[in-house]
Ligand binder design. Sequence first.
Ligand code: A2P
Length: 272
Amino acid sequence: MDIKTMNNGVEIPALGLGTYLTPDGQATVDAVRWALQGGYRHIDAAMIYENEESVGEGMKASGVPREEFFLTTKLWNDDIRAGRTREAFEESCKRLGTDYIDLYLIHWPAEGFVEAWKIMEDLYKEGRIKAIGVSNCLQHHIEEIEAVATVPIAVNQIESHPYFNNQALADYCRKKGILVEAYSPLGSTGGKVLDDPVLGEIAVAHGKTPAQVVIRWHLQRGIVVIPKSTHQERILANLDVFDFKLTDEEMAEIQSMDRNEPTSPDPDNFDF
Ligand code: A2P
């Protein structure tokens, strides 16, 4: 497993399990349990995924001690707008069955996100959060936070996959020392990314699947990756990416698949 170090010295496993659209209840409990028992040490959750309680159950059912894995969750927009950062944080902890979060993210730059950041800094300084960061933030959002921040932004979790690699924003973050995480790393549900023949060819060359190739591409470009699946064999296969390496040519080929086709709204224009 590759481990990365964030700008505050805290380590984060480069590959984690995503839980967006994993149905609440047994499907989520099982996915998290299979992942942790299968060797994952990083789970990515969010209040708005409406399955935090099941994530917590899966964590417990796995038998893996809490301090042995990395847990992310996110502050939702309504709570940002309502100035409920501390309350929302406590509610997430309660649902997840934990008293600390490894990485807490502002989910979207909703109105009030800079004020929310200051409360997250308090929670960080109190030791309740090991690292604080953002998601769906463009350069100007990052600059707005930086204007008041006393704790540097550790992470920006952004959409990134071969049809929308989001490279310019990723490069900007890296230059600032902000670690980039890719969400919808496989192109998200219903996407056609994994059927692309370019990936198919590279996969055959390595005796791997297109999903494994895409996960490997993210890792080799220095991006933390959190693929989601509800299927045990896929969850385990998605972790089996540390025994091969893409060549520079293959990396460039995947990079050139970009179509500037995001599946998520523009962070400057969302209505939720
Ligand atoms: P499923 O949960 O049915 O396995 P994302 O890009 O957001 O991580 O989305 C991943 C999507 O790709 C999900 O719809 C997931 O569906 C599917 N998926 C995850 N892992 C694999 C895999 N190894 N092979 C094929 N599809 C996968």
